[in-house]
Design a protein around this ligand. Structure first.
Ligand code: DAH
Length: 341
């Protein structure tokens, strides 16, 4: 019996040396330490040992079992540590590698410009009004004091859908719709797309305007100039000045065009202002009494001013863009230049 114990001990020591994986560990357990393993076998054999020798042999077998279990535990821990280290090595991340660049979209220059303009007017208390792009003749022309067959209709080349329905040529339609729904005092700003059959380097068949309308008691042309000068200073710089030039629009009387002193040369004359020192920015005027009356507002009691600004024009001036087509072509080489940092 004692020899058997020694033999098994040697055998197990040898087997233990060769273990190099979890599977081999499990095999070892099954072969030697498991329920039907060799150590258990020895235990069973104790029955055939004489009564006198049995306690001593029993002690030896128990000792062998205990020792082997301890060694097995150590081997298991070592194996686990090895496997963990191998996994760590495999999953190691090199944080010095350059990261993949993510491309981030940005706002279109026209949107940037519109947002900036809307912010200035919102700060002055204007309510934003969204009009419809498909309009009728009545709102686009007639009630804005442009009767049928009036020569001023030729100022704008209109896309007609039917005889009465058209793509709006101006955001001025918003004036009529807003005054139909609101009583003075009112301050409205209506940014949106408009359409005209016109196309060259500075004209596009679809472009954007921003219409402003203020109606209250005692509103004058001076209020228009004061407010728009503040607007121009916020958009083009503190030092710019404005001037009014007489003009003609059917829905305002008097009508003006507003120029801003050239923000590039400061008024000296340069290529941007074509040597004049002034840049034309927008049209406006005192709301025609017929337009007020057309919307049920008494022109004896109320007066107002209105203006219309081309958003593309402001964007082109601000960013030095020389062709309006760039704003609709969606060329990424162009658009990426407006990425905010
Ligand atoms: N609707 C005009 C245009 O498209 C611009 C304009 C001029 C709007 C004078 C106004 C205004 O409200 O008072 O050319």
């Amino acid at each position: 019996m004692e020899d058997k114990i020694k033999e098994l001990q040697a055998q197990m020591a040898e087997a233990m040396k060769n273990i190099s994986s979890k599977e081999e560990l499990a095999d070892f357990w099954q072969t030697y330490l498991g329920k039907n393993g060799q150590v258990a076998g020895l235990m069973k054999n104790l029955r055939s040992v004489s009564k006198e020798d049995r306690p001593a042999m029993g002690k030896l077998v128990n000792q062998l079992k205990k020792e082997t279990e301890e060694r097995y535990q150590k081997a298991k821990e070592k194996q686990e540590a090895l496997e963990l280290a191998a996994r760590d090595r495999k999953e190691q991340i090199d944080i010095t590698l350059p990261a993949k660049k993510r491309t981030v979209g940005s706002l279109h220059p026209l949107t940037l410009t519109r947002n900036e303009m809307v912010n200035v007017f919102s700060g002055m208390g204007f309510e934003i009004y969204d009009g419809a792009e498909i309009e009728d003749d009545d709102h686009n022309f007639t009630r804005l004091n442009v009767p049928q067959n009036h020569p001023s209709r030729d100022m704008q080349d209109t896309f007609y859908i039917t005889k009465d329905i058209l793509l709006r040529t101006q955001t001025s339609t918003g004036q009529i719709r807003y005054m139909d729904a609101h009583k003075p005092p009112l301050k409205m700003l209506s940014p949106g797309r408009v359409f005209r059959s016109d196309s060259d380097a500075t004209h596009s068949p679809m472009f954007s305007q921003m219409e402003g309308l203020v109606v209250d008691r005692h509103i004058t042309l001076g209020d228009l100039q004061g407010m728009l000068e503040k607007f121009c200073q916020q958009i083009f710089g503190e030092n710019v000045r404005t001037r009014l030039r007489p003009s003609y629009f059917p829905f305002t009387e008097p009508s003006v065009e507003i120029d801003v002193s050239c923000f590039k040369c400061g008024g000296e004359g340069c290529s941007l202002c074509k040597g004049t020192g002034w840049i034309e920015i927008l049209g406006g005027g005192v709301v025609h009494h017929k337009v007020l009356a057309n919307c049920g507002i008494d022109p004896e009691e109320y007066s107002g001013f209105a203006f219309g600004i081309g958003i593309e024009r402001i964007a082109m001036l601000k960013y030095g863009i020389n062709n309006i087509g760039l704003l609709t072509r969606n060329d990424l080489r162009f658009l990426r230049q407006f990425q905010e940092v």
